[in-house]
Ligand binder design. Structure first.
Ligand code: FE2
Ligand code: FE2
Length: 305
């Protein structure tokens, strides 16, 4: 008797594209990468622009319109006009809503997967972001409903819920409590950005394994790389006897084309995600500081940077 192959889905996670500070040489390679990988959905975790100018949003929307697959986005702090006080405090998302979409927390349901947006950008706490209680309670209700339908749940938010040690940016207020609540509700993945540093963090399980994985993508297209290559994440989700997540980092090489440089596979065991495969260097990998950016090597830290 032959078993049916497990249905699988592909999410392509971009972050911090920052139109206004984009490297234009990366746009065509990025579009080629998306076309070649053929994800079911592209997820953009905020900072679509550099300074939230209408022209920058128009350029961002022009890029999104060229994607050959469906996409969803949430705003980042740079999508609120920091240096325009009236707009910042009274119409913080006016230009975003007109160009990108009226819904700041979109939801996309795919077979076996629910992708839930959360807006963490706010005019007052511009840099650190904030989790508004009412928004978060609504999100938790959606997480629980999706788990009741036996879906894998990915939450998309610009600001990470946990940061690597030594990060020079302030963590969102209440992030640790919110992370615990998300894990308790059964969320599987958090897709975030903001730091312009790649990291996969197994979280919310001090005894080993992870109840929840945070994938923090770097900057996909901007010149604000902070010493790292431009990158994005490809997340393949399959539902066989056990759920499985394969998370690959694709980075821009010297010629501009994006290619996989690191990959991790997690398998669901009970209420935990367990790392199945040690990260391996992909063909054509770009070495960085003698350490592949997919390795989990620091036992004192949950972060893979
Ligand atoms: Fe950013
Ligand atoms: Fe940001």
């Amino acid at each position: 008797m032959t078993s049916e192959p497990a249905p699988s889905l592909r999410l392509l996670h971009l972050s911090d594209v920052h139109f206004g500070r984009v490297n234009p040489a990366l746009i065509a390679p990025m579009l080629r990468a998306v076309e070649g990988l053929a994800p079911d959905l592209v997820v953009i975790s905020g900072d679509l622009t550099q300074r939230a100018r209408p022209a920058q949003f128009a350029a961002a929307r022009g890029f999104l319109d060229r994607l050959p697959v469906p996409w969803m986005a949430v705003p980042g702090n740079h999508d609120i006009p920091l240096d325009r006080p009236f707009r910042r405090f009274f119409r913080p998302f006016g230009a975003y809503r007109r160009a990108i979409g009226a819904d700041l927390a979109p939801v996309v349901d795919l077979p076996g997967l629910s992708v839930l947006g959360l807006n963490t950008a706010t005019p007052r706490h511009w840099q650190a972001g904030r989790i508004a209680p009412a928004r978060f309670l609504a999100l938790l209700a959606r997480v629980r409903a999706a788990k009741a339908r036996n879906q894998i749940v990915a939450v998309v938010a610009h600001h990470p819920f946990s940061q690597p040690p030594g990060t020079d940016k302030q963590l969102m207020t209440g992030a640790a409590t919110a992370l615990e609540a998300l894990a308790a509700a059964g969320a599987d993945l958090v897709l975030s950005g903001h730091l312009h540093h790649w990291a996969i963090a197994p979280l919310a399980a001090p005894e080993g394994g992870a109840r929840l994985l945070q994938v923090q993508a770097g900057t996909a297209l901007s010149t604000r790389e902070r010493g790292e290559p431009n990158d994005f994440a490809l997340i393949e989700i399959s539902r066989g006897r056990a759920a499985r997540l394969a998370i690959a980092r694709h980075a821009a090489g010297p010629g501009g084309d994006f290619g996989a440089i690191a990959r991790q596979v997690y398998v669901r065991q009970g209420d935990h995600w367990v790392l199945q495969e040690a990260p391996a260097r992909a063909p054509g990998a770009v070495p960085q500081s003698g350490k592949m950016p997919g390795e989990v090597s620091a036992p004192s830290s949950n972060f893979d940077r």
